[in-house]
Design a protein around this ligand. Sequence first.
Ligand code: ZN
Ligand code: FE
Length: 265
Amino acid sequence: MSFIVELLPAFADNYIFLVSDRDLGLAMVVDPGDGEVVVRALKARDLHLSLILNTHHHTDHTGGNDLLQREYGAPVIGPAKEKSRIAGMSRAVGHGDIVTFSTLRGEVLATGGHTAGHISYYFPQLKALFCGDVLFSLGCGKLFEGTPAEMWESLKLLRALPDDTQVYAAHEYSEANAKFALAIDKGNEALKARAAEITALRKAGKPTIPALLGNEKICNPFLRADSTELRNSLIKGGIGAADADAAALFGLMRSAKDRFGGQKL
Ligand code: ZN
Ligand code: FE
């Protein structure tokens, strides 16, 4: 059985993920913000869409549900806590539930914080994590509906996955994220290497996604809120407080990023 995971760029910086079983000619799509982008990709590959997964209710992740349901009759699976905010949801899932596509099994993880009901999907057979707007390469999502403590718990849950997991984050924010990460974690050599890689990829017009989780664990400051080195460097930089616990330190970093260089992400 051969599966292919592809990135479909949409809008200014979104990625829609198309997973296909080429033997059966079937596909599933994760976070189809733009339905037409997906229809074009399916037609070009001669695939039938059999499943739609949503991580959270934001339109840039769900806007194409309607068109795709109409064209292919594919069911929409989404977060139970956001059922009232996603039109036409066929199945509402929560932490610990399993979704299936062809012979693949995906585990649902509760990753609230960006939105209250945000979920992620982990497919061990693909070594793939579809984490919407929770975890980005060298960054994390904004806290629109959650507290720093909730988001930190979500990130710790994702951090517990195996190092060889590919992180399919839904936005190409890596370059801006790298700028902030380098500013607050100056001595981190692994971060410098990843930032250089990101610059080179973007220069070549290539995506920086997926990111390798094992590398994010050592490079991404938002996965390192409990690291002593990062804590010390945050205190030096005037962001951290010596008595802040990891969740509080995470919150201080997140709000520092909200103010950083006019970045909107
Ligand atoms: Zn979002
Ligand atoms: Fe988004």
